[in-house]
Design a protein around this ligand. Structure first.
Ligand code: ADP
Ligand code: MG
Length: 697
């Protein structure tokens, strides 16, 4: 057991400097390392002879170096090493760029294993920069299914692989198993050792499937146990009673009557459900789910209004300044006419404005405060905070949400999410929350026409953008997502390169493609003031085309924007693309979403077709779940729950139900997890609870 808690820095080949890089990936202990699952696998099990190799095919080739590497230079001065390699069927050229070490590593007459992608033209075959090793070595990088890990600059795959190998050797026999034996047997799940070994270094694809199934089950099972325990704990807490009695004799009708439109029946239902919680004497812990544009803000405003009528304060936290300001304007427009005092508190306010905002809160002059995480800073105190609402909750770290709750005495909590979570998963992830759903869009929305396009259509896409602008519309271009820097040495600091790309991309669009238009740029590393200025220029219509990184993913509302073009769309999850698409189609204009496919055309086309087929966020979330697995929903970044991310894993709904049932069985028999066989489970549960302490209380 204890070896699992050791820090990775003591593993052979890691050391102080590399352990810091591991730290960046969230890997501190040996146990973290073992749970740092590959995000993908490379199939290097297929061996081909040189004549068999097809153009574009990736395979292993066993061959003999005919001569020593010849060194030449390209016209740009790059060093190239070329070796002729033969096997019993034929000859090929193997070429390495900037790899002086190849000169020593490959000697004439030696036999090597190569893995790479073949380029065939006429009779000649070429491998460029293949992986290679001596045929008499152990075959670490060829002839196998090789794991692909998410990487960070400065760390290479070889280091991670050998660290994981060492960790498995050391701890293989003492791996704790959060799954009690009875559960494992009932649901036919692999034992821990097999699962860990094969998730990292699969013997074959069947073994990988078995290992994955076990981990998916384990994650879901632990979360289900956590949910049930949390819910049991919450049942004990008393909450501030907020009612319409006396305070609002006409119920919410007074509020609804002041709106410029009729609330949808889904909105009314969600408001009523939450109002019942507020009046119950217990503490509300409710999640409001609703697709992009379904009108969640109105529900939040209705509840804030009622709280104010009861003499209580509401804090509403948004993930970005941009959104906080937008919400502030919306809330002010809705609530000020009803006599509710709304305030704004963000990091970029001046010192004086901040102080005034804080004083107004403490005195109770501000009844509804809209803000960013600046609301969490020390010195922000409330007179009577009774309701906490977080918008786009998946954007917040768990600790941030918990921090806000601490500013009041067991305040009611409403979390709002536009990332629809498949119902099955919601049951587990938010099993301790009550859920209201806005399953209806306000009337009169035109659905966004969605297309996916390959490079060939690029010029047409630009022309289409130009045409829409000439009709007075505006356009978003969303910039490529960051590539994982994972190949040996090919690493660049991720955020830096994203920034660079956004800038260059905007420059190209402005300089070469749309010289006659105004192109703006907004990205995450801008100072808030610059960002606001860029956004304001777009909102005013001064900017025709806005290049953006995914900072615009959530919430931004510019009704005149009628086209969004997403570059490298295959790098995004479907739900995320759906969010991006939600930035258009907010006004009366027919709107369009064009998803530019990256390199691997066909596979991504199929995936993107889901988005063309439906505008329903829930359906899309389900498809995401099937195609990419629950990683996107469980990612610890999103939920603060330390859960792994798999690539392309899939969780069947039946697995979710099984995991839930297993959790119920275990807790019914041992409600506090005190039995010996449940101790590893309790440790796993405690780890989750620690990471998300006090989230919803
Ligand atoms: P989201 O759920 O994505 O946060 P918003 O609350 O931003 O959605 O609402 C989207 C838009 O729909 C806003 O412009 C809002 O004013 C409008 N809206 C909300 N409810 C209604 C309704 N019942 N009828 C018409 N428009 C509505
Ligand atoms: Mg919103």
């Amino acid at each position: 057991m204890s070896a699992l808690r050791d820090e990775v820095k003591y593993l052979k080949g890691v050391g102080e400097a590399r352990s810091r890089l591991f730290g960046k990936l969230g890997v501190v202990t040996v146990s973290d390392l073992l749970r740092y699952f590959p995000r993908d696998y490379e199939d290097r099990t297929v061996f081909k002879t040189i004549t068999e190799l097809a153009d574009g095919e990736s395979a292993c080739i066993r061959g003999v170096a005919a001569d020593a590497p010849r060194l030449t230079r390209t016209s740009k001065g790059r060093e190239v090493a070329t070796v002729r390699v033969y096997d019993q069927t034929g000859m090929m050229d193997v070429r390495f760029f900037n790899s002086t070490y190849v000169k020593k590593a490959i000697t004439a007459g030696g036999t090597y294993l190569f893995f790479g992608k073949a380029f065939r033209a006429g009779g000649s075959v070429l491998l460029t920069n293949p992986i290679f090793e001596r045929a008499d070595s152990e075959g670490v990088f060829t002839g196998k299914i090789v794991p692909v890990y998410r990487m960070t600059a400065g760390l290479n795959r070889r280091t991670v692989i050998s660290a994981v190998e060492l960790a498995l050797q050391r701890c293989g026999d003492t791996l704790p198993d959060a799954l009690p034996r009875a559960v494992r047997e009932e649901y036919r799940l692999a034992v821990a050792r097999f699962a860990y070994e094969n998730i990292h270094f699969p013997k074959d694809f069947e073994a990988l499937r078995i290992a994955r199934r076990r981990f998916i089950f384990e994650e879901l099972f632990v979360l289900a146990v956590v949910s049930r325990l949390r819910r049991a704990a919450r049942g004990q807490t008393a909450g501030r009673v907020i009612t319409t009695d006396g305070a609002a004799p006409r119920g919410f009708e007074e509020f609804y009557a002041s709106l410029p439109f009729e609330p949808t029946s889904a909105q009314r239902r969600a408001v009523d459900e939450a109002a019942r919680d507020l009046a119950s004497g217990g503490v509300m812990a409710r999640m409001l789910q609703g697709d992009v544009g379904s009108g969640k803000t109105l529900v939040a405003a209705a509840l804030a209004w009622l709280a104010a009528k009861n003499g209580c304060q509401t804090a509403f936290m948004a993930p970005t300044e941009l959104l906080a300001e937008q919400h502030f304007r919306t809330f002010e427009a809705m609530l000020a006419p009803l006599g509710v005092r709304v305030g704004l508190l963000t990091g970029s306010l001046g010192v004086k404005a901040k102080r005034e905002a804080r004083e107004a809160l403490l005195k109770g002059d501000t009844e509804v405060i809209i803000g960013t995480h600046a609301l969490l800073s020390e010195g922000v105190e409330f007179r009577e905070l009774a309701l906490v609402i977080t918008d786009e909750q998946h954007r917040f770290g768990v600790n941030q949400r918990a921090g806000l709750s601490k500013k009041g005495e067991s305040p009611h909590v409403l979390v709002m999410s536009a990332t629809p979570i498949p119902r099955t998963l919601a049951l587990i992830l938010f099993g301790d929350l009550d859920v209201s759903e806005l399953n209806e869009l306000p009337p009169g929305r035109k659905s966004v026409l969605t297309y996916s396009a390959g490079e060939k259509l690029r010029a047409r896409v630009y022309n289409f953008a130009r045409r829409l602008v000439s009709e007075g519309r505006q356009v978003y271009f969303v910039c490529p997502a960051v590539e994982d820097a994972e190949n040996e040495g090919a690493a660049e600091a991720a955020s830096g390169s994203e920034l660079k790309r956004a800038r260059e991309y905007a420059k190209t669009l402005q300089g070469e493609i749309f010289p006659e238009l105004t192109v703006g740029l907004v990205h995450g590393s801008m100072k808030p003031r610059e960002k606001d200025a860029a956004m304001a220029a777009f909102i005013d219509g001064g900017t025709n085309i806005l290049v953006a990184t995914t900072v615009i993913e959530v919430g931004v509302d510019v009704p005149n924007a009628a086209l969004i073009v997403v570059e490298n769309a295959d790098r995004f999850g479907l739900s995320q693309l759906h969010q991006l698409r939600g930035r258009v189609g907010r006004g009366e204009h027919q709107s369009y979403c064009v998803l530019m496919r990256g390199a691997d055309g066909e596979k991504s086309r199929e995936r993107l077709d889901t988005l063309r087929a439906t505008n329903d966020g829930f359906e899309i979330a389900e498809a995401d779940l099937r195609q990419r697995g629950p990683g996107d929903f469980f990612g610890s970044r999103q939920h603060g729950i330390p859960v792994s991310r798999f690539a392309e894993q899939s969780a069947e709904a039946s697995t979710v139900w099984d995991a839930r049932r297993a959790a119920e069985d275990v807790l019914n028999a041992d409600p506090r997890l005190e039995r010996r066989e449940n101790l590893p489970l309790r440790e796993a549960v405690d780890a989750v609870l620690r990471a998300s302490a006090g989230t919803f209380n």
